[in-house]
Write a protein of this length. Structure first.
Lengths: 132, 133
C-alpha cells in the first residue's frame, strides 16, 4: 500500500474517531455550530478521504511509468482537503456564535481549499477510470 | 474495469465536483454572506454527494469487483444494471429540479429506488463463495 494511501486512510480514521466523539458532545446538548462539523468529519473526513486513499491505491494503472498518475497531485489533494476541513472545524463554531470577519474569511478560504482538493482528485483519477 | 463501471465511476466523479462546488458556495456564504438564496441549493449538495458520488461510486466498483460467473455472462444480467445506471442518474437529475418543481422529489426518488432494486437483482447471484459457478 503506497505511503499516500496509508496517510489518507490513517487521517480518515482519525476523522472517524473525532466525529464519533463529537457525536457524544452533540448528544450531551452542546450544539453551537458543531453539527455541520460532525457530518463533514464523517462524510468528508472519513468516507470520502478513505475512498480517495483506496482509489489512489487500487484503480487501474495510468501508465507503466506513472502507475498511479501524479503522486504530487495526490499529495496536494491530501493537504488541501485536510487543511480545508481543519479550518472549517475551527472557524464554523466561532462564526455561528461570535461572527467576525476573520472566521468568516477562514470559512471562505476553507471552501476554496476543499473544492480545489476535489478538483485535483478528479483530474488525477479521471484517466485511470478506463476499460481494460 | 468493465465499460459500465467506467460510466458509473466517471458519473460519480462529475457529481463529486458538482457537489463540492455547491458545498463551497454555501460554506463561503456562511463565512461572508453574499447571496441568501444560495441555500436553495443545499438539497442538491446532499443529493449529488450522497446519491451521485457515494452511492454511484459504490455501485460502479461493486459491479467491477464482486465475483464473476465462470459460464455465461461473467457479470450476470448486464442490461439490467445498465438500466439501473440510467434510472439512478435520471432520478438524481429529476430530484435536482425540486427547487422549481417540488413534485420532482417523489418522481426522482422513485426512479432511484427502482435503480437500486435493479442493481440488487442484477448483482444478487454474484455474491457467492469462491468456486461456485
Amino acid at each position: 500500500m503506497p505511503l499516500l494511501t496509508r496517510t489518507f486512510i490513517k487521517t480518515a480514521m482519525i476523522c472517524f474517531t473525532l466525529a464519533l466523539t463529537l457525536g457524544i458532545t452533540l448528544a450531551a446538548g452542546v450544539t453551537s455550530g458543531l453539527f455541520p462539523i460532525y457530518i463533514h468529519l464523517l462524510v468528508f473526513g472519513w468516507l470520502t478521504q478513505l475512498i480517495f486513499g483506496v482509489v489512489f491505491w487500487m484503480f487501474p494503472k495510468y501508465s507503466v511509468e506513472q502507475p498511479r498518475g501524479s503522486e504530487t497531485l495526490g499529495w496536494w489533494t491530501y493537504v488541501l482537503l485536510n487543511i480545508g476541513l481543519l479550518l472549517r472545524a475551527i472557524a464554523e463554531p466561532i462564526q455561528s456564535t461570535e461572527s467576525n470577519p476573520f472566521s468568516g474569511w477562514m470559512l471562505v478560504f476553507s471552501a476554496i481549499l476543499q473544492f480545489v482538493a476535489g478538483l485535483l482528485f478528479v483530474v488525477n483519477t479521471w484517466a485511470r477510470v478506463k476499460e481494460r | 474495469m468493465p465499460r459500465l463501471s467506467v460510466w458509473f465511476v466517471r458519473a460519480s466523479l462529475i457529481y463529486l465536483l458538482l457537489g463540492f462546488f455547491i458545498g463551497a458556495l454555501i460554506l463561503a456564504h456562511k463565512g461572508i454572506p453574499y447571496y441568501a438564496p444560495i441555500w436553495n441549493l443545499f438539497p442538491l449538495h446532499m443529493e449529488f454527494l450522497l446519491a451521485g458520488w457515494l452511492v454511484q461510486l459504490a455501485m460502479g466498483v461493486a459491479f467491477w469487483i464482486i465475483p464473476r460467473f465462470s459460464s455465461g455472462s461473467p457479470r450476470g444480467p448486464v442490461g439490467l444494471v445498465w438500466l439501473s445506471f440510467a434510472l439512478l442518474n435520471a432520478g438524481i437529475l429529476i430530484t435536482a429540479l425540486q427547487c422549481w418543481f417540488p413534485v420532482s422529489v417523489l418522481i426522482g426518488r422513485t426512479a432511484e429506488v427502482v435503480a437500486g432494486t435493479l442493481f440488487v437483482v442484477g448483482s444478487w447471484l454474484r455474491i457467492k463463495p469462491h468456486g461456485v459457478m
